[in-house]
Design a protein around this ligand. Structure first.
Ligand code: CMP
Length: 417
């Protein structure tokens, strides 16, 4: 069900929008049928009451305590409840009274509730989160500024008979002034217009900064991974220059970073997982590691609990070409699964015994026999390898006999090869 507070927030946003569009129009003499006028004005009063309710709820204040009713936000909303524009309509000297409806315009500030409303939807994309408030508040501001400009004579001395053109010209003036572009083709002629233009230019500096910072943040976020990678590259280049690293080694380092970018978008999976609850971590790991599960024959269709446990224990490592994963005689401390790449198994003298590819595992013999490595494992290309530590390996084989028997089967075949 739609939560109650969200419903009130929606009303508050709607009310801000109504006040922001309707009241300025009213000020420049736009007159809809009387019934709409009354309806709009009363809606603004009702929404102002809702805004007071939201203020008390959001700040967890007790409405029975008088002192809270003296706070400025509450007083402003109390003022907005008074339907000044309706009073103007029925007052004899109505036209001078109309300026009072600017007071009702104060309720437009609640347009900021749009952020709190969106907070209720955690799956919204961060870019959308920034764009929507901008898309809603900018046109509203331009509309209000434009109506103010029209009320002051639109940069002309007399009245323009074409109202649509007058409005469009005012919007054009507002946009160029608020964004500090200011072409100057429509300019202030009278003193009130000049003073108004000065105020809007000052607001414009803030608006311009606001738009610029939001757009910059959206652009930066839209390609956060690439920016992160570029930052890393800059640091690495500075480091290499500082230490006068030879060209051959520089190229190796650059190729490594390029590989990391192409395959992992510059991020090591593990770092992003920390901080997530373990249940979501397991689910995420199963998804991220689905390729290894697909590639290793005995993991395909294996017990989901076993897979989950295995994925929690696996660590990823990247090996560059010609790098030794381990060498003959090393103690057996881990089992390795190849996700991508080629690993050559070599004798002590460097003669190739076998070449293992995606989905193969190696390093099981030393773990099972508790003897040193009987061969060297050397990467032949860039390799993404999953490492299962000895302790984790022992835990998994103790709990899941089918895992143990598969490893044993492969080991026996290799021994007789
Ligand atoms: P381990 O002795 O721990 O370290 C070297 C590894 O090379 C060994 O475990 C096996 O996983 C692997 N290996 C040994 N012989 C072969 C073979 N004939 N084919 C494929 N892999 C092998």
């Amino acid at each position: 069900m739609f939560p109650r507070m969200q419903f009130y927030r929606l009303i508050s946003i709607f009310g801000s929008f109504l006040a922001g569009t309707w009241l300025p129009l009213r000020m420049i003499g736009f007159t809809p049928p009387l019934v709409f006028e009354i309806l709009f004005d009363l809606s603004i009063s009702v929404v102002s009451a809702v805004n007071i309710y939201l203020y008390f709820k959001d700040n967890e204040l007790d409405y029975r305590k008088k002192k809270y009713w003296k706070r400025i936000p509450v007083l402003l909303d109390l003022l907005c409840i008074v339907p000044f524009s309706l009073m103007a309509m029925f007052h004899d000297s109505g036209s001078s009274f109309y300026y009072l409806l600017l007071i009702n315009l104060l309720s437009v500030r609640h347009i900021k509730n749009i952020r709190k409303f969106m907070d209720g939807y955690p799956s919204i994309h961060p870019v959308t989160f920034r764009i929507i408030p901008l898309l809603v508040s900018m046109p509203l501001l331009v509309h209000i500024v434009s109506c103010g400009w029209i009320a002051l004579g639109s940069g002309t001395v007399g009245n323009d008979p074409d109202q649509t053109l007058t409005y469009v010209r005012a919007v054009y003036w507002s946009f160029t002034t608020l964004t500090t572009v200011g072409y100057g083709d429509i300019s202030a002629k009278s003193i009130p217009q000049m003073l108004y233009a000065c105020c809007i230019q000052v607001i414009g500096v803030g608006v311009f900064g606001f738009i610029l910072s939001n757009v910059a943040a959206i652009l930066a976020r839209s390609d956060a991974a690439r920016n992160h990678h570029m930052d890393n590259l800059d640091k690495v280049e500075t480091f290499m220059n500082m230490h006068r690293i030879p060209d051959r080694l520089r190229n190796k380092i650059r190729t490594y970073y390029h590989y990391m970018w192409m395959n992992k978008k510059g991020y090591q999976d593990d770092s992003l997982l920390q901080g997530l609850p373990s249940k979501i971590q397991s689910e995420l790991l199963l998804f991220i590691n689905r390729s290894i599960i697909e590639k290793v024959p005995f993991l395909k269709g294996a017990d989901p609990d076993m897979l989950s446990e295995l994925m929690n224990q696996l660590a990823t490592k990247v090996f560059v070409p010609e790098e030794k994963v381990f060498k003959f005689g090393d103690p057996g401390d881990a089992l390795y699964f190849i996700q991508n790449g080629e690993v050559e198994i070599q004798t002590k003298e460097g003669v190739s015994i076998a070449t293992l590819k995606d989905g193969a595992f190696f390093g099981e013999m030393a773990l099972i026999s508790d003897k040193p490595r009987m061969a060297t494992a050397m990467s032949k290309s860039y390799c993404d390898i999953y490492v299962l530590s000895k302790e984790s390996f022992e835990k998994v084989i103790a709990s899941y006999p089918q895992f143990k028997s598969h490893i044993h089967e492969t080991m026996e075949k290799r021994k007789t090869a």
